[in-house]
Design a protein around this ligand. Structure first.
Ligand code: PLP
Length: 399
């Protein structure tokens, strides 16, 4: 069970929050880190006063904690961004000229849309098929290549075979970025173990409040690229004539403007608490809830669990349901109104994958599918939450 610093804070103990995959609740470690800093923060990287010095130190310490959380290598850069979308867009703008990007079409839009020169592969049905499809795609590609893959699907919760795919990518000289928005809240995310060159994730899905995310990984492409946001902080020297300037290197190059100190510190506090805790116990608790939910769903008429790799494939605490003959949005609304359960309905910013899973036309326009209903959970979730949604589904689907 979670340790104290990983207790979820909530003022509504009667609400069954089962929409963690969208935004997870805040844990005590993050709340306390913010509260501690509120009465004494000042500018970051910009002042000589005691508040500014302490804030700069807190910000850079947060970076060190995140570096440890992702197992950053000595030459890696950790950049604070707004969220995963921002982190992946940053990397997309930093790619060397002519880079081909390769990804499966089941990605979240944040890992589907930012990439230039995309080579989009159909979502495979098995991990082996994924490996073979990637090999075929990479064979013969010239110039720099970036393979972009999710760690865990935001639709099905299934864990992607990142390491196997990364090994293939590296064998062909390609680089790899892992979208860990859904993996990091549930599993350790080590760059070396994943075989990733970069990793991206969001604080608001990792039990910290909104507004901070991370891109961490290889420095060379990031240092060679123009700054993500031109302005103060990103510039090292600025002359009198336009264009007469030098840009900073390291994280500063891509963190133009005043940084989100509270966001970074909150996010790092969660990373620190997760690093210090027994992840095996958290994992076991989550898998217990997952099994209870899936067993219960098997007895709910009209609810069909969806998956890419099959029902036995490992997954994090996310389950999506097709509800043939029902409107998932209406069911989700009734669960909220009549059972005080928060779930999500729709296509979850993964339109091609949801169309495929619902038998829709994957080449058709967005919005031609009723979508799915998604149940997701994590730290602080209980068997009572799971039982509540099961009762709610039985009642709403039966009437
Ligand atoms: N990637 C995945 C797998 C996600 O689930 C999400 C959000 O749901 C994102 C990326 C985008 O995250 P954010 O909205 O925090 O930028």
């Amino acid at each position: 069970m979670p340790s104290f610093s990983l207790d979820v804070i909530s003022d509504d103990s009667d609400f069954a929050h089962l929409d963690y995959a969208a935004s997870a609740p805040c844990v005590r470690a993050a709340a306390e880190a913010v509260q501690d800093l509120l009465p004494r923060y000042g500018s970051v990287h910009r002042g000589t006063g005691v508040r500014s010095q302490a804030s700069t130190l807190a910000y850079e310490l947060a970076r060190d904690v995140v570096a440890e959380f992702v197992g950053a290598r000595p030459d890696d850069t950790v950049i604070f961004t707004r969220n995963t979308t921002d982190a992946l867009n940053l990397l997309a703008r930093a790619l060397p000229e002519g880079t081909t990007t390769v990804q499966f079409d089941g990605e979240h839009h944040a890992n589907l849309l930012p990439w230039p020169n995309p080579l989009r592969l159909p979502t495979p049905s098995t991990p082996d098929e994924a490996v073979h499809a990637l090999k075929r795609a990479l064979d013969g590609l010239a110039g720099p290549v970036l393979f972009t893959v999710t760690g865990a699907s935001n639709v099905t919760g299934e864990v992607w075979p990142v390491r196997e795919l990364a090994d293939v990518a590296h064998a062909y000289g390609a680089r790899v970025v892992v979208d860990a928005a859904q993996l990091a809240p549930h599993r350790p995310v080590d760059l070396t173990e994943l075989g990733a060159d970069w990793i991206a994730f969001s604080g608001h899905k990792l039990y910290a409040p909104f507004g901070a995310g991370v891109l961490a990984g290889r420095s060379d492409w990031l240092d060679a690229a123009g700054p993500y946001l031109a302005g103060g902080g990103a510039s090292a020297t600025v002359g009198d004539r336009p264009g007469d300037l030098t840009w900073a290197t390291g994280p500063a190059r891509h963190e133009g403007g005043t940084p989100n100190l509270l966001g970074a510190v909150a996010l790092a506090a969660v990373c620190e608490a997760l690093t210090a805790t027994d992840r095996t116990a958290l994992h076991e608790h989550e898998q217990h809830l997952l099994a209870r939910l899936r067993d219960g769903l098997a007895g709910v008429p009209g609810a069909v669990e969806v998956s890419v790799f099959g029902p036995e494939h490992p997954r994090v605490g996310i389950v999506s349901l097709a509800l043939p003959g029902h409107d998932p949005a209406a069911i989700a609304q009734r669960l909220g109104r009549e059972h005080n359960v928060g779930v999500r309905a729709g296509q979850f910013c993964a339109h091609p994958l949801v169309r495929r899973l619902t038998g829709g036309d994957v080449t058709g326009a967005c919005g031609d599918t009723p979508g799915l209903l998604r149940i997701s959970f994590g730290l602080g979730s209980t068997t009572a939450d799971v039982d509540r949604v099961l009762v709610g589904l039985r009642e709403t689907l039966g009437t």
